[in-house]
Design a protein around this ligand. Structure first.
Ligand code: ZN
Length: 282
């Protein structure tokens, strides 16, 4: 049975058909208008005759199965994508069962099945890029609640003397995402994170903010491992810096888990979407 997975992102939709990492056929579609983007994605899945589809999407999403807006993108600053019925669109167009979750919960599922957290039923996946988002598996199940977790928007101490940058989250200014996302780094230092020299003090500040965020998440969720991906984390030098900061913040009291990069690289999201499809029949 061929399964379909789509990683719906703000810049591209990655569509894939197959059964796992070994036999994946992919197509990357730029995110333009919903009609054009979803139209091209539907044609991809029709061509490959997928029997079930999983969607791993940027948020916020309505994931309450009782809600009339279940599977819709909720209020998003992304032009044209406000309240788009993502799940319903694919379901009506393809006539197959469709499952949806956040891109980060899906990434956590993929790293658990095939990647950097194999066999660990409690783990955290955090992406640090255009935004900051986190997904968690708790006892093997993606964590949901009233909505879905918004780990990028937790509050961390902000010393305005040491760091006068006001933060760039449109909702909270200096939440974790507002202080430590890729755009925050770019606006604070005037260059993209990728171009910031490895010895620049911006990396020490970045690792401090990320460790402050992780300290809260570790104390709350007690993950066995934390997988950190996204554009900012391409600088692998930051991993030991975050570990060092986190150990200091936990003060020998709570146990710091391993913090590792994703093992599935750019396929993490779309493989997670495939698992969402697989879970429909499980
Ligand atoms: Zn925020």
């Amino acid at each position: 049975m061929i399964l379909g997975g789509v990683e719906a992102g703000g810049t591209k939709f990655v569509c894939a058909a197959g059964t796992g990492p070994e036999d994946l056929i992919r197509e990357s579609i730029p995110t333009t208008t919903p009609a054009e983007t979803l139209g091209r994605a539907v044609r991809f899945f029709e061509r490959h005759k997928v029997a079930m589809l999983g969607i791993a999407s940027f948020g916020p999403l309505d994931l309450d199965p009782q809600s009339p807006a279940f599977g819709f993108i909720a209020a998003t600053p992304k032009p044209g994508w406000n309240h788009v019925d993502l799940r319903g669109h694919f379901h009506r167009a393809l006539g197959v069962p469709v499952s949806i979750d956040t891109d980060v919960n899906a990434a956590a599922l993929a790293e658990h099945r095939w990647g950097a957290a194999k066999g660990l039923d409690n783990l955290l996946y955090l992406t640090v890029g255009t935004g900051i988002g986190g997904g968690a598996l708790i006892a093997g199940e993606p964590l949901h609640g009233l909505a879905h977790p918004e780990m990028g928007h937790i509050r961390v101490p902000h010393d305005r003397t040491a760091d006068p940058f006001p933060g760039c989250c449109p909702y909270h200014a200096d939440c974790l995402e507002g202080l430590a996302s890729g755009p925050a780094m770019e606006r604070r230092w005037g260059v993209r994170a990728e171009a910031l020299p490895r010895h620049h003090p911006g990396w020490a500040l970045e690792s401090r903010y990320l460790a402050l965020g992780l300290a809260n998440l570790v104390c709350t969720l007690s993950p066995r491992r934390i997988v950190m991906g996204g554009g900012v984390m391409h600088n692998l030098d930051i991993f030991p810096m975050i570990r060092h900061e986190l150990n200091g913040l936990l003060g020998g009291y709570a146990t710091a888990p391993e913090i590792v990069p994703p093992a599935l690289g750019d396929d993490t999201g779309v493989l997670g979407a495939l698992i969402l499809a697989q879970r429909i029949s499980a």
